[in-house]
Design a protein around this ligand. Sequence first.
Ligand code: SAH
Length: 271
Amino acid sequence: MSDTPSRSHGRKAIRPTLKPRELMTPAPDLHGVWKAKIITLFPSAFPGVLGESLTGKALQDGLWQLETIDLRQFGIGKHRNVDDTPAGGGAGMVLRADVLGSAIEHAMEGVRSANWPLVYLSPRGRRLDQAMVRNFARCDGITLLCGRFEGVDERVLEHYGIQEVSLGDFVLTGGEIAAQALIDATVRLIPGVLGNQASAEEESFSSGLLEHPQYTRPAEWKGKPIPEVLMSGHHGRVAEWRHRMSEEITKSRRPDLWEAYLKARREEGQE
Ligand code: SAH
């Protein structure tokens, strides 16, 4: 197994002293546990920040699984070349179709589920949002392809029907940070990952609105008190205030979300 291109990071019943980075030996698949398979030139970038805090604990506890597939292992020749110059000329390098094809087929080999998207992180993709994340969390797992350099040979995207997902309208050096953002947002929706499941239901986007402001101790800071209603202990008034603040913040900061929210409410009213 020493030359296997896969490295798995998640496993059930692991000793609590082990850090996620140390769970690098191939682990048996946990049946029915959401898994992210990541094709990358930089497997050591994982689990990265996903190994911290709630996502890290959940990874150790086997609530989700992570496997990296080192693209370099599928490279061509003695130097394991993965890229070449763009056809038609121009700057930079492009990841080769044959190399990517081998890595993707390796990654999808063990996948029996039809409910398992294959995603290329790309600035040309559909922008990641909470609705997409919710759908990813409902899948059995996901395979993520992280690009580097100028990106990937287009034929690979066409051949495998790969879905392109963007983190936002800016250009990163590689897909790894975007993959970690997508996984983080998805994994926190898996039951048991967040300490308090209610917080996922109340936060920004879940109702179509942005979240209300939050406060904690001290009761007064630099001359600023916490809004009186939050100290009243009156749950009804607190809920009402929070809802009103959510509406105000959404309306002023994100007119696009506000319009969509009003439309959804109108449609609900008509039903
Ligand atoms: N030449 C490409 C950019 C390549 S950036 C273009 O102009 O579209 C190198 C890699 O970083 C990409 O292959 C992609 O995997 C990743 N990447 C860059 N920006 C991203 C973004 N906004 N969202 C997700 N992935 C991104």
